[in-house]
Ligand binder design. Structure first.
Ligand code: HPA
Length: 248
């Protein structure tokens, strides 16, 4: 049974799924890292592939950008196709001075300005959006084995790429701090746009999820990786994600 967004039949998608935002990245991962690849989706060009990594079935599904798009694909992976282990592989904008351009960053937790969490709990609690501990600890260990340095911490999943977080007259201002400054004070390391939904949906379904990033930009220092650097960094991150997603 296909969905309006995914033409895969039940059984076409593996229990272990990597989730790049960019569907073209999904194609590149499948081509460069998997064997026995079969494409199961091209609806809206949001490509999805299933293949094998070291003999283990793995799917790679593009999600698009932002929580609403991401949540459509991931809700269907979970509720229709039976996905069990979900690892987002994406880019993020570094914010914190302790996180540097081109580093691999793993989100142990996510904060968000999206209403998705509030609506899930009717505003009664501020639910903590956290990574699965087994996936997180294995990803850190796998990165060490691969000699790829990683940092771990809190990410902000923002609803707006173009926002007023650094504007003193913007969405928030207290003690003369911008929202970016306040978030950095509280240890938020980086910004992206999807992980809060991943950790929320996985928690609700009692599944394992993790988000791994490469720092493609540092938004406070105004630094930006080149296209060639992004490709190398992306491959490092994918290796960590694939080694982690295939473990028992
Ligand atoms: N903002 C939001 N999402 C991002 C960014 C950013 O600067 N860089 C990569 N993903």
């Amino acid at each position: 049974m296909a969905t309006p967004h995914n033409s895969a039949e039940i059984g076409d998608i593996a229990e272990r799924v990597l989730l790049p935002g960019d569907p073209v990245r999904a194609k590149i991962i499948a081509k460069n890292f998997l064997s026995d690849v079969k494409q199961y989706n091209e609806v809206r060009n949001m490509y999805g592939f299933t293949g094998k990594y070291k003999g283990v079935p793995v799917s790679i599904q593009g999600t698009g950008m932002g929580i609403p798009s991401f949540a459509i694909y991931v809700s269907e992976l979970i509720n229709v196709y039976g996905a069990k282990k979900l690892i987002r592989v994406g880019t993020c904008g570094g914010m914190h001075p302790n996180l540097n351009l081109r580093e691999v960053f793993i989100a142990s937790g996510a904060s968000t300005d999206s209403s998705i969490v509030e609506k899930t709990f009717g505003g009664a609690i501020n639910f903590s959006l956290i990574a699965d501990f087994d996936l997180l600890s294995r990803a850190v260990a796998n990165a060490r084995n691969l000699n790829i340095p990683v940092k771990v911490g809190n990410v902000i999943s923002g609803d707006r790429f173009y926002n007023d977080y650094n504007d003193k007259d913007g969405v928030y201002s207290a003690n003369g701090l911008t929202l970016n400054e306040k978030m950095i004070q509280y240890g938020i390391m980086a910004i992206e746009m999807e992980t809060a939904a991943l950790y929320l949906l996985a928690a609700g379904a009692q599944l394992q999820s993790l988000a791994i990033f490469t720092v493609s930009d540092h938004i406070i220092r105004d630094e930006h990786a080149t296209a060639a650097e992004r490709e190398t960094d992306f491959n490092d991150m994918v290796k960590i994600a694939l080694e982690t997603v295939i473990q028992k």
